[in-house]
Design a protein around this ligand. Structure first.
Ligand SMILES: CSC[C@H]1O[C@H](OP(=O)(O)O)[C@H](O)[C@@H]1O
Length: 357
């Protein structure tokens, strides 16, 4: 069934470009009406781009941070990998502080630290080359994982199904092809997904500005709905699966994802719609026991007070802007990763696929 998928045709959108000297990031604040790249010449610029959502999406921010470490390595002098590790630590901590919820950021930085430790063991081998090789490996592994998850997740979906997705989990949020959007792409190619619905995903509108634009580039018809229309859509029987991404998957199967995911899971269970979470194993955090321990990022309330720069709320009104929530494992029918599928996840089934912390 994978021969139905022309993966190369999904590679048109490249949110992260390493030029050899700088990191170019497709500015997702400007999409879909302007295609502009932010050129980052140092790791601080990468950290700022991650915090400002010029680049966003759990896997994508990990990949960008890895290249940020490569840029930091270009900016220091160090006799060997041991000295480099000490001199680079402030830059890694600054990158890690850019956003708290997606574990992929910390996971990628831990991979970069490990690459330095390995170079250290190699008696001061070319540690800059080791960092660049690791950043490239993180990126290529993510693309391979997405392509594998696409087919794996699609295999759960019966022919002609309707699917609702949330936020953006496509090429813009990853090294390519996407996580939940990869399942939708594979499912459409195989005739398993017949109808695609995307929630606008207030307040940053990742669904309205990014997901339906990505699918349009693929020639895939998607219907945009207001977040508030999701339960009404499910009640009408048009949707058999809700398919979403993740920012952190805990040891007991609880999942942090874009705000609004939790209420989609509640509505899905009420209406007999199945709920699938799709994420690479770099999003699994077996060291975090449950979702109530996850730090939920709260962003500027101003993101709620207007749209595209024009204010929609009266002056002086208070707003609260948590941008993630936690869906408990008992509301999830399947967690799909490149390592395999955990159906009806719980601590034991998570351990059997991912081992202990
Ligand atoms: C495959 S992206 C995973 C995840 O990241 C997004 O958050 P954000 O747009 O704030 O970076 C969203 O929660 C996606 O589901």
């Amino acid at each position: 069934m994978t021969d139905a998928i022309d993966y190369a045709s999904y590679d048109r959108i490249r949110p992260i470009r390493w030029t050899g000297d700088t990191l170019e990031l497709l500015d997702q604040r400007r999409l879909p009406f302007a295609t502009e790249y932010v050129a980052c010449a140092d790791s601080d610029a990468v950290a700022e781009a991650i915090h400002a959502l010029a680049v966003r999406g759990a896997p994508a921010i990990g990949i960008a941070a890895a290249w940020g470490v490569v840029l930091a390595g270009r900016a220091i002098q160090a006799r060997d990998a041991t000295e480099a590790a000490a001199r680079l630590e402030p830059a890694l901590r600054h990158l890690n502080a850019a956003r708290p919820t997606a574990v992929n950021l910390a996971w990628a930085l831990a991979r970069m630290r490990a690459a330095l430790a390995l170079a250290q063991a190699g008696e001061g081998a070319d540690w800059r080359a080791a960092l660049e090789a690791e950043a490239r490996a993180i990126e290529t592994e993510d693309l391979a994982a997405n392509r594998a998850m696409g087919v794996l997740g699609a295999s759960l979906i019966e022919e002609g199904s309707g699917v609702l997705t949330h936020c953006n989990t496509g090429s813009l949020a990853t090294a390519g092809f996407g996580t939940a959007l990869g399942v939708i792409r594979a499912g459409v190619a195989q005739g398993r997904v017949g109808r695609v619905y995307a929630g606008e995903t207030r307040p940053w509108n990742q669904g309205a500005r990014l997901t339906v634009w990505e699918l349009q580039q693929d020639g895939i018809d998607a219907t945009l709905i207001a977040d508030a229309a999701a339960s009404h859509l499910m009640k009408g029987g048009e949707v058999q699966w809700v398919v979403v991404g993740a920012d952190r998957i805990c040891a007991n199967g609880d999942v942090a994802n874009k705000i609004g995911t939790y209420q989609l899971a509640i509505a899905a269970r009420h209406h007999g719609v199945r709920f699938m979470v799709v994420a690479p194993s770099s999003t699994v955090d077996m060291a975090m026991a449950s979702g109530d321990l996850i730090e939920i990022e709260e962003r500027d309330p101003g993101e709620l007070l207007g749209v595209a720069g024009s204010r929609t709320v009266a002056e002086g009104v208070q707003a609260w802007n948590p941008v993630f929530d936690v869906t408990p494992a008992e509301l999830i029918d399947a967690i799909v990763t490149e390592k395999g599928i955990v159906e009806r996840p719980h601590a034991a089934s998570m351990r059997s696929l991912f081992g202990g912390a």
